[in-house]
Design a protein around this ligand. Structure first.
Ligand SMILES: [Zn+2]
Length: 164
């Protein structure tokens, strides 16, 4: 799933609708951006699940990584390392996280199965929902590198705050 493309297409659809223009071709583009149906469904499931978790409201975005790590631990979803480049970037634009012992791929890792593209879309949806709930900002998340691709002990995700 290409969340960045999807996001841009959705924004374009919104403005087209407001201007009374057609969104036909944009819908087809969005479908392609969704990519594999299973991946999109897993993202959706993870997102729905994340919305059910008990999370505190956090107005200071720099405190989110810390809290996110606690929640992931509490629900036994693995362990999180925060890898944002600077405190400023974490707070304003996006949040990068490394997730160790990711539920989706940890068992596959030892079996030496490798993945072509992002694999853990369930966790991506879950992380997006958790950060959304904490920050009250709309977010989307994408797995950038899966441990199945890199052979590392963690998967890397990016969570983007959507501010317009
Ligand atoms: Zn992964």
């Amino acid at each position: 799933m290409n969340r960045f493309l999807l996001n841009n297409l959705l924004k374009k659809m919104k403005s087209n609708l407001l201007e009374g223009k057609s969104i036909g071709n944009l819908k087809i583009g969005a479908l392609l951006a969704l990519g594999s149906q299973l991946e999109a469904v897993f993202y959706y499931l993870g997102h729905e699940l994340g919305l059910l978790f008990d999370v505190p409201k956090i107005s200071d975005l720099t405190k989110i990584p810390e809290e996110l790590a606690k929640i992931i631990k509490k629900y036994n979803l693995g362990e999180i390392d925060i890898t944002g480049h600077s405190q400023e970037q974490i707070s304003q634009e996006h949040l990068s996280v490394k997730l160790r012992n990711c539920l989706t791929c940890k068992d596959l890792l030892s079996s030496k199965i490798s993945a072509e593209g992002p694999f853990c879309s369930f966790e991506a949806g879950l992380l997006a929902a958790l950060v959304e709930k904490m920050s009250d900002l709309q977010c989307f998340a994408q797995e950038e590198k899966c441990s199945l691709q890199t052979d590392q002990s963690y998967c890397e995700f990016i969570i983007i705050y959507q501010k317009d």
